[in-house]
Design a protein around this ligand. Structure first.
Ligand SMILES: [Zn+2]
Length: 61
């Protein structure tokens, strides 16, 4: 089950939807429903960074 937004999200974005804090206001996701911006955990930020790097791995370095 993939509860994470796409790898293109801001690694420091909302824990639920990945949007940056600025401009988030209220957003809706299937998992979290309506929510205000939530600080991502260090692990979540780290995982996003890794996913983003992996998603780029097919691009020329
Ligand atoms: Zn959010």
């Amino acid at each position: 089950m993939n509860a994470e937004p796409s790898p293109a999200v801001d690694p420091g974005g909302c824990a639920h939807c990945g949007l940056p804090e600025r401009g988030h206001a209220r957003q809706w996701t299937e998992q979290a429903g309506w929510h205000a911006w939530v600080h991502p955990s260090p692990e979540q930020t780290h995982r996003r960074l890794r996913e983003r790097r992996a998603a780029r791995s097919d691009a020329p370095a």
